[in-house]
Design a protein around this ligand. Structure first.
Ligand code: HEC
Ligand code: HEC
Ligand code: HEC
Ligand code: HEC
Ligand code: HEC
Length: 470
């Protein structure tokens, strides 16, 4: 849509200079020209200049910028719509808009939450400033040096390759994928989970004011997964019970770790690590393959290179230092590939079946291929949302079993009919084990690869979550 056309621009520039020459010619007619002045002293010889258009051609040729810009049309970075939808939103754009991303990288904006000394509430500082909360994702998003020195090295310098402090835990943990020059960190800076925020006020019965709020010191802070894992039987949420709840979050349809779980999964981090029979280890992909190795491999179909897609492209897997014909080339029919994916699919289905309230599954299913970003990945078509009634986001639309649980957020804008519908549903109670299992299930669905990213880590999260649920 917004693709530039260099030829047009160059033609435009030529028209401008032609017009100025005509203006100069016009001037000469107005009066008599004066006499030429005496010649000045000869200046020192200048350094040899570079032929500007030769430098441009390093990149502006059919094999480089032109062809990559065409492949880039296959990338959701290019055709996705969130950059435009979230323009102006300083909290969302650090991962969704070019100028905001460049701003948070350049200024090394902290992910550490800040506590207000008066109210004791915490807030998430990971944001850009209003003036830079825009820009579609494009070449200049990742290649921050373009048009700086006009050397080819402008293309091999990236906006960031530094270790990534995780926004989900206020920067207390860091992802650092050092293989391949740290280029994965460029992707992880955006493709990482977001924090689940602890409520700043409570609407749970018996906890209506902050004075009865169990965890006053942590309002607005990021949900601490270690507390979920260490006390699995404790109550996380109960829509009726007046009790002390350490980390209150009101579950809604959209209580989630956001869409970009992948970076954390690859790094073997970011899940709720319940104790269990399976240790939390990482597969060799975590330390040996970079995002680029698999997602920017030579093109096959609509995948590879600057499409950033991996689907159906095994060129990255099958190179001399990874999968070789001696050990078995990777393909969609390779038994390792199909077995792993079938196994992880099965574990997701088992966990989904165990996450129930009043006999109804808590995890939402959506059989609509256009609205479910994870359509086809699991047999039941889970999308990672919670099957909680919400007149706006989850009325009944394309979802199954909609509206099963009482949504405890503000109902003040609801119609009488909506309130009545809602009142008839079973009420949600969650233990820490269930909440942790929900988070792990979202993680497993939304990493898309059914274990390819990090088989050992995803398998351990799912296996230990299944075991801890009654
Ligand atoms: C290191 C590689 C590189 C060099 C050298 C280079 N460019 Fe570019 N240029 C790019 C890339 C990449 C884009 C973005 C293309 C796109 O968005 O499809 C671009 C875009 C442009 C645009 C479109 C406007 C813009 O900024 O997006 C113009 C005009 C342009 N270049 C002119 C030049 C000229 C003139 C030279 C030589 C003086 C030059 N470029 C040298 C890589 C380069
Ligand atoms: C500036 C932040 C940012 C960076 C850096 C980034 N991405 Fe993305 N990526 C996004 C966003 C945002 C989307 C979704 C865009 C939309 O839907 O509007 C996305 C989409 C994708 C998709 C498509 C997912 C789908 O659902 O089809 C893939 C694959 C992907 N990115 C891989 C990568 C890889 C690999 C890298 C590193 C080379 C990378 N990304 C770097 C923000 C980023
Ligand atoms: C830490 C980075 C980060 C932040 C902050 C962030 N997002 Fe995202 N978001 C992503 C990435 C990465 C994707 C694409 C993931 C994929 O497709 O695998 C994404 C995907 C999305 C999508 C789905 C787009 C699609 O493909 O259909 C929506 C909608 C979205 N984000 C909205 C938001 C909103 C609203 C905010 C602010 C409240 C926000 N995001 C903040 C990283 C982020
Ligand atoms: C999401 C980040 C991202 C975006 C957007 C992006 N690139 Fe890249 N680009 C990379 C990464 C990472 C590499 C290195 C790939 C590798 O290591 O295999 C790369 C490599 C390249 C190379 C090869 C450099 C070399 O090593 O010789 C060219 C040329 C290039 N990009 C051009 C473009 C152009 C043109 C655009 C816009 C149409 C663009 N890139 C958009 C991340 C990006
Ligand atoms: C070992 C290879 C491998 C590595 C390394 C890898 N991926 Fe993937 N990725 C895959 C495969 C395979 C899929 C699933 C493709 C499919 O079948 O849909 C996938 C899926 C994805 C998707 C969903 C969209 C898509 O292309 O299907 C995103 C987004 C993504 N990966 C991002 C990343 C990021 C970011 C990194 C680095 C932190 C990374 N991946 C590392 C192989 C890999």
């Amino acid at each position: 849509m917004r693709k530039l056309n260099l030829q047009k621009l160059i033609k435009g520039a030529m028209m401008v200079s032609a017009a100025s020459m005509m203006l100069l010619a016009g001037c000469a007619k107005d009066g008599n020209n004066g006499l030429d002045g005496a010649n000045g002293a000869t200046g020192p010889a200048g350094a040899n200049g570079k032929d500007a258009s030769e430098t441009c051609k390093l990149c502006h040729n059919p094999a480089v910028v032109d062809s990559i810009a065409t492949i880039f049309q296959l990338s959701k970075h290019e055709y996705g719509t969130t950059a435009e939808e979230e323009a102006g939103n300083t909290g969302c754009t650090p991962c969704h808009a070019q100028e905001a991303f460049k701003y948070v990288c350049k200024n090394n904006v902290s992910t550490a939450f800040i506590q207000d000394p008066a109210t004791l509430k915490w807030s998430n500082p990971y944001a850009t400033v209003a003036g830079s909360a825009y820009g579609n994702l494009g070449c200049f998003t990742c290649h921050s040096n373009l048009h700086t020195t006009y050397a080819y090295s402008d293309l091999t310098t990236f906006t960031t390759v530094a270790a990534v402090p995780m926004t989900m835990w206020g920067g207390t943990k860091t992802i650092n994928l050092t293989q391949d020059g740290g280029k994965s960190n460029l992707c992880v800076k955006c493709h990482q989970p977001r924090p689940i925020a602890i409520s700043t006020s409570m609407s749970i019965a018996g906890q209506t004011s902050t004075s009865s709020f169990a965890d006053t010191a942590n309002r607005g802070k990021w949900l601490d997964y270690t507390k979920l894992a260490s006390a699995p039987t404790a109550i996380f949420y109960d829509s009726a019970l007046a009790t002390t709840i350490t980390q209150p979050v009101t579950p809604s349809y959209r209580t989630h770790v956001h869409y970009g779980a992948v970076g954390a999964v690859v790094a073997g981090m970011g899940g709720v690590e319940f104790n269990g029979t399976m240790a939390y280890a990482s597969s060799s992909h975590a330390s040996q393959a970079s995002c680029e190795d698999c997602h920017m491999a030579p093109v096959t179909g609509a995948a590879g290179s600057h499409s950033f897609k991996a689907k159906g492209n095994f060129n990255g897997c099958n190179n001399a230092s990874c999968h070789t014909s001696a050990g078995g080339l990777m393909s969609s029919t390779n038994a390792d590939f199909t077995n792993i994916r079938t196994e992880i699919k099965g574990l997701i289905a088992t966990l989904g079946g165990k996450l129930k309230e009043g006999g109804v599954e808590i995890m939402n299913k959506n059989g609509d291929a256009t609205t479910n970003l994870w359509y086809g990945y699991t047999t039941a078509n889970y999308d990672g949302y919670l099957n909680v009634y919400d007149p706006v986001n989850n009325p009944n639309g394309p979802t199954y079993n909609t509206g099963s649980f009482r949504y405890m957020g503000s109902t003040s804008s609801w119609t009488t009919a909506q309130k009545a519908t809602n009142a008839a549903f079973p009420k949600l109670h969650l233990t820490n084990a269930q909440m942790g299992a929900i988070i792990n299930m979202q993680f497993a669905i939304r990493e898309y690869s059914l274990g390819v990213h990090n088989y050992k880590y995803i398998k351990a999260l799912l296996t230990n979550s299944i075991a801890i649920l009654p």
